[in-house]
Unconditional design. Structure first.
Length: 121
């Protein structure tokens, strides 16, 4: 049970990190990959507070993940990351008003079914 909690904490931190980086990038705007604009875009990105928070949360999530990997089989732990995909879709819809198609809903149901089967084994 303790390992499952560590997995969940790692996933949640990753999800919040992604949402934070998305919020930051909404403030930054469209990023061009043209060499003449890339350095100024990069500076703007790395000085945006939500992006920095998201990156920090990602690092903390990775630290938790390393603890998880020291305790459980990768074949058990790794599929649990897909819970994050489900949370991202739902929270992106709630926070950023992103569209959720019927295909995404079906995919989420399949992911949940797979995680359930892995957790039971």
């Amino acid at each position: 049970m303790k390992s499952l909690l560590l997995i969940f904490v790692s996933v949640i931190l990753g999800v919040v990190g992604q949402l934070s980086m998305k919020q930051g990038m909404l403030k930054v705007g469209y990023v061009s990959l043209e060499l003449t604009k890339l350095s100024s875009s990069f500076f703007h990105i790395i000085t945006t507070p939500f992006v920095l928070l998201g990156l920090f949360l990602y690092v903390v999530s990775a630290m938790f993940w390393l603890v998880v990997l020291s305790r459980v089989d990768l074949s058990y732990a790794y599929p649990m990351i897909s819970i994050g995909y489900v949370l991202i879709v739902f929270l992106s819809w709630m926070l950023f008003h992103e569209h959720i198609s019927s295909g995404k809903v079906l995919g989420i149901l399949l992911i949940c079914s797979g995680v359930f089967l892995v957790a039971r084994s």
